[in-house]
Design a protein around this ligand. Structure first.
Ligand code: FE2
Ligand code: FE2
Length: 426
């Protein structure tokens, strides 16, 4: 069973579906943006709006008709005063209305009455990692889908989520996190959560203390927060190359991120720097400032590596995901842009990622024996890793690993050269 939650992008509207965390799939979407194909067959539609939709009821009805949503059971959550004011329109939009703010358990009960399959699902209980992914995703989806989003609230919510993100990865590992994150259609939300996962795993591998672990993970979660200021039509553009003027707009997001974070409360300057500088490259070819070499600190260098890698292995990316080995080889192929030693130290994370893929394939595989052997071996290799070669220096991460024969590993990937990743990893 799956639910399509149509919201106006506000945090309050998204909380209407809180109770579904870990119980069933909820696809979040903002009308009237195009509905991705695989979101188009929900069992129930929940509309949750803080205000009456500015685009009006007729376009909304036409949009729902276009995507065959009009015949689905529909629940509308909206403040009671607005529901009363627009009662005639409300009757056309939904079968059932609930006052916003609404306890999400009430929404759950309403769904239960509308679809009898729900009681079985409710008995399944919650998985904390799944719940954490959903909570984090909703914060991102609100941020990246509403041009009226309250940046300060979003930053605080994401910043506060860092600890539970780290805990989920510590307790359940990369596999549970990625499999849940990959269900999300918002490319920016998914990207930020994947970057945060690899960042957190890497920091753990490097043996940093909890404070630095959370600092780096928080920086990863917030690194693209400047995209709140980029129109959704550009952010979600897929399949087509961005026009030069659109690329220029995308490239404003590090500066926008810096501005947003500077106005938020209690944000560590290190996190602001990560957002501002993660597209800088050692050879000066990055943006927004064209910093070079030693002007780029180690923490930023690490995040840049994670950012590029996460983009290349994202299954939702245009053209599909690269295999971790291919993505790693790509990183090795651009030593003029990213720190070669740190790329070498990142290999331990790549190994964990590969082990996770082998493990999840093994789980899916009916021939358990072979799969289990492969799983065991790879996990052991991954855990040996190169971690011991790396060290942490205060807030910065100082890699002292030597990378053996990076050139041998360099790829058969076509040299996408000038940061092909940047279009994707922007
Ligand atoms: Fe990014
Ligand atoms: Fe970025």
């Amino acid at each position: 069973m799956r639910i399509l939650a149509l919201t106006d992008g506000s945090v309050r509207s998204a909380t209407a579906v809180d109770a579904f965390d870990g119980r069933m799939q909820v696809d979040m979407h903002v009308p009237l943006a195009p509905l991705p194909k695989d979101m188009s067959k929900p069992d129930i539609v929940i509309l949750s709006f803080e205000e009456f939709p500015a685009f009006g009821v007729k376009p909304l009805l036409a949009w729902m008709e276009k995507y065959d949503l009009s015949q689905k059971p529909r629940i509308l959550c909206m403040p009671r005063s607005i529901t009363r004011q627009y009662s005639a329109s409300v009757r056309m939009i939904a079968d059932k209305t609930l006052p916003l703010p609404v306890r999400s358990e009430v929404v759950l009960d309403t769904v239960q009455r509308m679809d009898t399959r729900l009681p079985q699902i409710r008995k399944q209980g919650r998985n904390e990692t799944v719940a954490t992914v959903h909570r984090t995703a909703r914060r991102f989806i609100s941020a990246f889908s509403s041009d009226q989003g309250d940046a300060g609230t979003t930053v605080l919510a994401l910043s506060a989520a860092t600890k539970e993100v780290c805990t989920a990865l510590d307790n359940d590992g990369l596999g549970d996190w990625l499999s849940e994150v990959n269900k999300y259609h918002s490319s920016t939300a998914r990207h930020c959560m994947i970057v945060a996962a690899f960042a957190s795993i890497w920091a753990r591998q490097l043996g940093v203390n909890d404070r630095d672990l959370q600092l780096f993970t928080c920086g990863a979660l917030l690194h693209d927060i400047g995209k709140m200021r980029i129109p959704l039509s550009i952010l979600d553009k897929q399949g087509d190359l961005l026009e030069p003027e659109e690329q220029a707009i995308i490239e404003t997001h590090p500066l926008e991120g810096k501005r947003i974070l500077e106005t938020a409360q209690n944000i560590n300057p290190v996190i602001i720097d990560l957002a501002y500088s993660h597209h800088e490259r050692l050879d000066g070819s990055g943006y927004p400032r064209g910093l070079e070499g030693n002007d780029i600190n180690n923490m930023v260098r690490c995040l840049t590596i994670v950012d590029i890698y996460a983009t290349l292995v994202d299954p939702g990316a245009v053209g599909g995901a690269m295999h971790p080995d291919e993505a790693f080889a790509y990183l090795q192929s651009i030593p003029e842009k990213v720190d070669r030693d740190l790329v070498g130290a990142f290999r331990s994370v790549v190994d964990i990622h590969i082990a996770q893929i082998v493990s999840s394939n093994a789980t899916d595989d009916a021939d358990g024996d072979n799969a289990a052997n492969a799983d065991e071996g790879d996990v052991a290799d991954a855990e040996e890793g190169d971690v011991a070669d790396a060290d942490v220096d205060d807030m910065g991460v100082e890699a002292v690993s030597s990378v053996d024969d990076a050139s041998d590993a360099v790829s058969n990937i076509d040299d996408a050269g000038d940061d092909a990743d940047d279009n994707k990893a922007a």
